[in-house]
Design a binder for this molecule. Structure first.
Ligand code: OSB
Ligand code: MG
Length: 370
């Protein structure tokens, strides 16, 4: 298909409640929506680079620059029949995984729609429903956290992840475990600790957590191997994993026993599938992380999470957990059994609500093939 036009929209969506992590407090989420048009078909993708370089070095502005000056020119006017051809066209761009993943996602949607198959099917998905959980920011008190968890459990979520930071850790885990002895519970530190904090993790090891996500440095693999050696709870890496190569290093060093896959962090669905398949071959479970996506990115996440080795519930929650109004129809819902339906229509399987998209757009640009 000849890529005729590519459009970028910098969007800003207000979160239903502030999201507090060891990296700071987020009140709203800025991302880039990528639209690709070819032969009367439109593909949509979302780049999860944020307004701030706190989770990743990428930001909306760096992703915009890389998309505009390098990635879009490499595909515009080209005849693309497989996503791998686009990836080859911009292979010399190093890093900038979130910029790449946004364009790649739009191309996957375009090609799936052209083939009249769901994105889930095209990526190799095998499930029509996926298990989903919810990621809860640091709460002002233990009581506030317990009330939040009760609310999410009533909605159907079966797995809870809480954010932790030094000083906001063991008391929350202890209280949740006491109140909900059988809860599927995991914690995410977003790199807030150092190996010297091992005492905290030795204590945390006694609470039957599903996993401890990214306790140490955001680029570290080696220190995590030293920590994992001392714990029975699996460590799960998020920030440290940008590629299949990172995944191989982490697993061979026993730095983690679970991997969080976010397509934005690893450059797209193609690299995500390579990581998924390698982990499956090594008996390492994976789960799908989240970046507070709009419905466009969420649709892609749900499709990817339908692959067979996504055996742990993902950070993929209902639209209403994030935003009062999503930009897709239908919005995403959690079923009372803690699952989410995988869209079965062609491509991402949901429609973009153009009026809602306009309402959240703060900057827009488009490029046409000559
Ligand atoms: O570390 O998993 C993380 C959101 C933004 C940046 C990093 C992370 C998160 C989340 C939210 O935990 C997950 C979600 O989208 O529900
Ligand atoms: Mg994380």
């Amino acid at each position: 298909m000849r890529i005729e036009r590519v459009e970028l929209r910098h969007i800003k969506m207000i979160l239903v409640s502030p999201f507090v992590t060891s990296m700071g407090t987020e009140y709203d989420e800025e991302h880039i929506i990528v639209r690709v048009d070819a032969e009367g078909i439109t593909g949509w993708g979302e780049s999860v680079a944020e307004g701030t370089p706190f989770y990743s070095y990428e930001t909306v502005d760096t992703a915009w620059h890389i998309l505009k000056d390098f990635l879009i020119p490499s595909v515009l006017g080209k005849d693309i029949t497989k996503v791998s051809e686009a990836i080859d066209a911009y292979a010399k761009v190093r890093g900038h995984m979130m910029a790449k993943a946004g364009l790649e996602a739009a191309l996957w949607d375009l090609l799936a729609k052209a083939d009249n198959v769901s994105l889930s099917r095209m990526l190799g998905g095998t499930r029509k429903k996926i298990d989903v959980g919810v990621s809860i920011g640091i709460q002002p008190s233990v009581d506030a956290l317990i009330r939040k968890v009760e609310g999410y459990l009533a909605e159907g979520y079966r797995r809870i992840k809480i954010k932790i930071a030094p000083g906001d850790d063991l008391q929350y885990v202890e209280a949740l475990r006491r109140r909900f002895p059988d809860l599927l519970l995991q914690v995410d530190a977003n790199s807030a600790y150092r190996l010297e904090d091992i005492g905290i993790f030795r204590k945390m090891d006694g609470y039957g957590l599903l996993l401890i996500e990214q306790p140490l440095g955001y680029e570290d693999i080696y220190d995590h191997s030293k920590l994992q050696r001392e714990l029975k709870t699996p460590i799960c890496l998020d920030e440290s994993i940008h590629s299949l190569d990172d995944t191989r290093a982490a697993i061979e060093l026993d730095s983690c026993r679970v991997i969080n896959i976010k397509p934005g962090r690893v450059g797209g669905f193609t690299e995500s599938i390579l990581i998924h398949d390698y982990c499956a071959s090594r008996g390492i479970p994976v789960w799908h992380g989240g970046m507070l996506e709009s419905g466009i990115g969420r649709a892609g996440n749900v499709a990817l999470a339908s692959l067979p080795n996504f055996t742990l519930p993902g950070d993929i929650s209902a639209s209403s957990r994030y935003y009062t109004e999503d930009i897709v129809e239908p919005a995403f819902y959690v079923n009372s059994d803690g699952t989410m339906d995988v869209p079965q229509k062609p491509g991402i399987g949901v429609e973009v609500n153009r009026r809602s998209l306009d309402n959240v757009t703060v900057r827009m640009a488009a490029w046409k093939a000559g």
